[in-house]
Design a protein around this ligand. Structure first.
Ligand SMILES: *Cc1c(COP(=O)(O)O)cnc(C)c1O
Length: 399
């Protein structure tokens, strides 16, 4: 199918791929730095980064070198054997915070969430017997598309067509401690929360709220699970988003940016949680394979470097100012700025999807979150001049 026009390729996409996505009307062929190029040679400034995956942009030399060297050495052997890359990445992740004692690797965000749910139930059963199985999640949450993950995802549209999903879930309101208190009970084994919500609209949790969540978990012997699949790994200016909340989790899920675009997920947990898991309780064929984890170690070392994180903070501040200027200029359209760091939402009057399509015509890729929030997730390596370019593109795209 090489050499065919974009229109031919898009027709073939419709002919052969399941149409579970409405894709943009161009074909992306390659990336370089923070730019993507389509099959007709048009250039796009990428403020989506593969949905917060491509934190180091495109063509990072260290990532490419790690892929090439590890692929030549060993791609996969299964979890029946010890391998160096998985051990090294686990050590890096566990040593990143006193909250963590052990890591479990899988292949995606949803899989990390499924594992976290299983570990929470296993822990509750080991300590408190049967019946302590309820999971509490929040409105605006997104945790993935598998039967457990979708059950704790707030949006009805994602759950309703597939009922029955995993039972035993209650929802509380984000940043509303009283609403959590109302649904907490001794049957709750875990409370799952995104420190900054992704798909659900880019709201950031307030420190006092999360401190209250921690206290309620303590009172009811429930584990606190942070889903940092989107907001973790430097995206908000600190290595982990929860560092800005003054609360540590019992379990944390990560995934998106961890292996430079290769599929990976991880569950980090405290020693008491790890102690509840026996050999055979959980498993995976591909999870923790040498290729993904070798690249993960390279990506982790780069992002966790204090110089890198301080770059993210500086360029985040610059973006924040530029967005506030835009909001001041266009109070008729920009209703609210949300998010933290390089994970920002712009709630607008009108359709975010329409702005996204217009931005494409201006050579700028942005995402959306729901009907009325434009979502910005640039690679973490952007410079201030990229922010200027993106905000100019946004300005031209807001009607
Ligand atoms: C993307 C995402 C998931 C699901 O990850 P997949 O790799 O798509 O399964 C879960 N939680 C959050 C916060 C996410 O952003």
């Amino acid at each position: 199918m090489t050499g065919e026009s974009a229109a031919d390729l898009i027709q073939a996409d419709h002919d052969y791929l399941l149409q579970s996505y409405i894709r943009a009307d161009f074909v992306i062929e390659r990336g370089e730095g923070v730019y993507l190029y389509d099959s007709e040679g048009r250039r796009y400034l990428d403020f989506v980064a593969g949905i917060a995956v491509n934190a180091l942009g495109y063509g990072d030399r260290d990532v490419l070198q790690a892929i090439n060297e590890q692929a030549a050495r060993l791609i996969h052997v299964s979890n029946l054997y010890h391998t160096r890359p998985a051990i090294e990445l686990a050590a890096l992740l566990v040593q990143s915070s006193p909250a963590f004692a052990k890591a479990f690797f899988c292949n995606s965000g949803a899989e990390a969430i499924e594992g976290a749910i299983k570990f929470a139930r296993r822990y509750a059963r080991a300590h408190f017997g049967e019946g302590k199985t309820t999971i509490v999640a929040f409105d605006g949450s997104f945790h993935g598309r598998t039967m457990g993950a979708v059950a704790i995802t707030a949006r009805e549209k994602y759950r309703e067509p597939f009922m029955p999903v995993m039972p035993g879930v209650r929802f509380a309101r984000y940043n509303d401690l009283a609403s959590l208190e109302a649904v907490m009970g001794d049957d709750v084994c875990a409370v799952v929360i995104e420190p900054v919500q992704g798909e659900g609209g880019l709201r950031a949790a307030e420190p006092a709220f999360v401190q209250g969540v921690r206290a309620l978990c303590q009172r009811h012997n429930a584990l606190l699970v942070f889903d940092e699949i989107q907001c973790g790994m430097g995206r908000t200016g600190t290595l982990w988003a929860h560092e800005q909340l003054g609360v540590q989790p019992d379990i944390m899920t990560i995934a998106k940016p961890l292996a430079g675009g290769l599929p990976i997920g991880a569950i980090l947990m405290s020693q008491p949680v790890a102690d509840a898991i026996q050999p055979g309780d959980h498993g995976t064929t591909f999870g923790g394979n040498p290729l993904a984890t070798a690249v993960g170690a390279v990506v982790f070392r780069k992002i966790s470097d204090p110089h890198f994180l301080s770059h993210v903070q500086q360029v985040s501040n610059y973006l924040d100012e530029a967005l506030h200027d835009l909001a001041a200029e266009r109070p008729d359209v920009v209703l609210e700025l949300r998010g933290r760091g390089l994970m920002r939402g712009i709630r607008i009057a009108g359709s975010a999807g329409a702005v996204r399509e217009t931005a494409h015509r201006h050579g700028l890729l942005v995402a959306t979150a729901g009907e009325d929030v434009i979502r910005l997730l640039p690679p973490l390596i952007i410079e201030p001049h990229h922010v200027d370019e993106a905000v100019a593109g946004l300005r031209a795209s807001l009607r």
